[in-house]
Design a protein around this ligand. Structure first.
Ligand code: PHE
Length: 397
């Protein structure tokens, strides 16, 4: 070493040592991304649709070469539709698997359970579809690519009041579900602000099977509609039991109704009802149509709003990763490197790049994140007729 040091100039010597060391450091061939979702349990279609959307996006990305010479590898954890399991899943993805970023969850209560873990670890998390405002308030590493519930509640109230000309509504909420409680409150506030009255406000808990007592109370108050901001399994049962009790008024719902299973459960009970979604598969926009076609080809099913949002969440994340790889190859490498200061700095840079997302061309619309890390997007109204969906309107923010 001493001899070499004498022969080579100090600068060249330093470079040789540097190359020796970096040559020895293992270069990761893939970039690991975690995904957690409800692949089983009461909201299994949420997790399955989201997984399909992410898989479709990432497989296409990898087929066209990946990012900065690396393939993206998505590690998926099933949280069984339970908040405690969501926290466990994300802990494992970060601490054991060493993922660089996390995609998920759909349900706000589960995103709220897991987001603090991402925030504390400095790992960016993008929820495709959790709409409760509290989710991104957890901290500066937490993002979403969907609109939030104050907006959703307001557009549903406007639709009830100005389009359907209703003035007396009932609310039937899931009182253990952050999304449902929040959306019920935002809706109520807006509807009252527009001169409407809420004549009944009843609640249930996820997993309940019998809703007749509450529906009987609601019926006694003679509302013109019932707002049910819940998830599809209970919504389907509620609709059927309402009709059995002779309560025939339309039901209105939020994005929690989005599922292939909704009308299988409700059968004809939701004809004449309306709900809000994040996109419409019949939208002639070529971005939407090419997504719908490739999804159908691969899964033999029509992508729902969750598949579309998850596809977009993967798009926003990998777009930021690509920017980092072209701006600074070392930082991009450090993202997947050993847990040290460089890795930490690289993850902070990734977070900063996600936060700067502007006009990303998503299937669910152009995605720009605001200063609270939320997307500002249009809502889509769908109606249900003869057990099928029809497009009603798109409402711009
Ligand atoms: N917005 C719901 C929540 O925050 C989740 C959801 C989104 C469900 C879109 C279905 C479709 O809990």
């Amino acid at each position: 070493m001493v001899r070499i040091g004498r022969i080579l100039s100090p600068a060249v010597f330093t470079l040789a040592v540097f190359l020796l060391f970096t040559g020895c450091a293992k270069r990761e061939a893939e970039i690991k991304v975690g995904e957690y979702g409800s692949l089983t349990g009461s909201t299994a279609t949420f997790g399955i649709s989201s997984k399909n959307g992410i898989e479709l996006f990432v497989d296409n990305l990898n087929a066209s070469g990946g990012i900065g010479g690396k393939k993206v590898h998505v590690l998926v954890e099933d949280d069984q539709s339970r908040p405690e399991e969501a926290a466990t899943a994300v802990n494992k993805l970060i601490a054991q698997d060493g993922v660089v970023a996390v995609l998920g969850e759909v349900a706000s209560s589960r995103s709220l359970a897991a987001a603090p873990i991402c925030q504390n670890a400095g790992v960016p998390m993008i929820s495709p579809s959790s709409t409760n405002p509290k989710v991104t308030e957890i901290g500066d590493h937490i993002f979403r690519v969907c609109y939030i519930d104050p907006f959703q509640g307001m557009v549903i109230a406007k639709f009830a009041r100005n389009t359907l000309h209703f003035s007396k509504g009932a609310v039937f909420r899931d009182n253990k579900n952050d999304y449902s409680v929040g959306l019920a409150n935002y809706f109520t506030e807006s509807f009252k602000g527009m001169g409407g009255t809420i004549v009944a406000d009843e609640s249930y808990s996820e997993g309940d099977q019998d809703f007749k007592a509450q529906l009987t109370n609601i019926k006694g108050k003679k509302p013109e509609f019932i707002f049910v901001p819940g998830y599809y399994t209970e919504v389907g049962l509620i609709a059927r039991q309402a009709r059995e009790l002779g309560l025939t008024v339309p039901m209105l719902g939020g994005d929690g109704w989005v599922s292939d299973r909704l009308l299988e459960i409700a059968q004809d009970a939701l004809n004449g009802s309306y709900f809000v979604n994040h996109y419409y598969e019949g939208d002639p926009n070529p971005i939407v149509q090419s997504f719908v076609q490739s999804y159908r080809k691969r899964y033999n099913a029509t992508p729902d709003g969750l598949a579309a949002l998850a596809y977009d969440a993967a798009g926003v994340l990998t777009n930021a990763m690509r920017q980092l790889s072209t701006q600074d190859a070392n930082a991009f490498e450090a993202l997947s490197g050993p847990p040290n200061a460089d890795q930490k700095a690289a993850r902070t840079r990734l977070t900063t790049l996600i936060a700067a997302t502007k006009d990303f061309p998503g299937v669910t619309g152009r995605i720009s994140l605001d200063e609270h890390r939320n997307a500002v997007k249009p809502a889509v109204f769908l109606g249900i007729e003869k057990r099928s969906y029809k497009f009603v309107a798109t409402v711009e923010p």
